[in-house]
Design a protein around this ligand. Structure first.
Ligand code: NDP
Length: 426
């Protein structure tokens, strides 16, 4: 087994990268074999996952290496179709590692379910009756899903809130390694008859909430000023601009939305790679961004001039799973968990949040210095070259030609490719 050196990883071919992973024994044998043979989700399994299946959609799975998180090194699998996302995450991870890496705090890990009651004659009487039977209701919820209780999880607490005509019953549930949608929904539905009886009202619906405020995770990182630029004045200016960019995202929802999209560029890619429900993570994150009534940026950046250090912090709900749903059905997802060292759900939630913070740092740094178009245009040119049908050896020269054009589009790429080929023939 050789220690994998990540320098130059980006310049290698996919096969060379696979060989490097093999030489470093980063994967278990079956996953390495699946990678060697490029084994994908079988169609008959896909057909069991959703309805009316006709084929599968492939997306690139890449590695953002060398994330130092809580003193341990991770190589993060990312599934994304967007150019420059993986490069940006890798760049940020490298800088942040030099300043000591990331730290994470898992504040809690419980899902929340709710039963919305309406048509109540007496809210006070209903509230008293329900709270009086709180322990019984918690144990009824647990009886509806005994296997999660056997695993050490289950319903933990119950509380109520009146919102206009609704009396809403909330229950927090420890779902262990699962995201818990089905576990929570089963429990909530089991509580409908006793809650209707106790409240003398009707239940409108019984379901989990994706606003997982009992599953908050924080990632932090500190960057030495010198890591921004060798030139002190330039680094100082950049640090000030990072802080301003962070403030802007707190004040302006138009910017906050794009700021958070950048965070989710990273998070979604790891959520997808690990077979998790990205709609659930997005919904929870955006709801948390609007928790005080205004939609704001999820991360904050501050600059301590005395210590010449930049501090970054990101907190959001992260009810991520390592069991349940489609995890375990897709061989590429199994490979992704293996590449991460098969972390448990709390550890994985921490990694997701670190990746979001890294992605945010890279985006803000680019935006407040060179702008993001410089890097994007090169990758856009590469996509256009591939779309125009350029072969591997033609991509490089075609990209160079495209970058010299005022307007880059597919028609230009096709015409430039034609002239390249004609020039080669003559
Ligand atoms: P599952 O329904 O697959 O339930 C997880 C199951 O995994 C458990 O019931 C448990 O089964 C098993 N398991 C094995 N080991 C463990 C462990 N260590 N800890 C916990 N469970 C374990 O998944 P979820 O309930 O998590 O639901 C997620 C799915 O629901 C996703 O596909 C999601 O897309 C979907 N969904 C999401 C909704 C939303 O977000 N609003 C709504 C509806 C569905 P056992 O104990 O019986 O062995």
């Amino acid at each position: 087994m050789t220690k994998l050196k990540w320098t130059g990883f980006a310049k290698k071919s996919p096969q060379e990268r696979i060989n490097l992973l093999k030489n470093a024994s980063l994967l278990q044998t079956n996953n390495q074999e699946n990678l060697d043979k490029q084994v994908e989700l079988p169609l008959d399994i896909a057909n069991q996952m959703v309805e009316n299946v006709i084929t599968k959609l492939a997306l690139p799975l890449a590695i953002a290496p060398d994330f130092l998180v809580d003193g341990k090194t991770y190589h993060l699998p990312m599934v994304t179709e967007e150019p420059s996302v993986v490069a940006a995450a890798s760049f940020a991870a490298k800088l942040i590692k030099r300043s000591g890496g990331f730290t994470t705090t898992i504040h809690n890990r419980q899902m929340i379910g709710q039963v919305a009651l309406f048509d109540l004659h007496d809210f006070e009487e209903a509230t008293t009756a329900i709270l009086h039977q709180k322990q019984l209701l918690i144990s009824l919820a647990n009886q509806a899903h005994p296997s999660i209780v056997k695993r050490g999880g289950g319903a933990r607490d119950l509380w109520l809130e009146q919102k206009e005509d609704f009396l809403i019953v909330y229950i927090s549930i420890n779902t262990k390694e699962a995201m818990g949608a089905n576990i929570v929904n089963t429990m909530m539905e089991a509580l409908v008859p006793p809650l209707e009886k106790l409240s003398k009202g009707q239940a409108l619906m019984a379901i989990l909430s994706n606003y997982a405020t009992e599953s908050l995770v924080t990632a932090k990182c500190h960057l030495k000023l010198s890591s921004l630029s060798r030139n002190h004045d330039e680094a100082h200016l950049l640090a000030q601009k990072l802080v301003k960019a962070s403030q802007l995202a707190q004040l302006d929802p138009y910017r906050a939305s794009t700021h958070n999209k950048g965070i989710f560029n990273g998070i979604d890619a790891l959520v997808l790679a690990t077979g998790n429900d990205w709609r659930a993570i997005e919904a929870g994150g955006h709801a948390y961004a609007a928790r005080d009534g205004q939609y704001r940026g999820l991360s904050q950046w501050t600059y301590d001039q005395k210590t010449a250090t930049i501090h970054g912090q990101l907190t959001l709900p992260m009810p991520i799973a390592t069991r349940g749903g489609s995890i375990g059905l897709n061989p590429t997802v199994t490979l992704a968990h293996d590449l991460l060292g098969n972390p448990n759900a709390k550890e994985l939630a921490g990694l997701m949040t670190c990746l979001g913070l890294a992605q945010n740092f890279a985006a803000l740094k680019a935006l407040t210095s060179t702008g993001i178009q410089a890097g994007h245009m090169k990758l856009q040119a590469k996509s256009l070259a591939l779309l125009a049908g350029a072969k591997e050896a033609e991509v490089g020269p075609l990209v160079q030609k495209l970058l010299n054009e005022k307007h880059m589009n597919l028609a230009t790429a096709e015409s430039l490719l034609n002239s390249l080929r004609n020039a080669k023939r003559s």
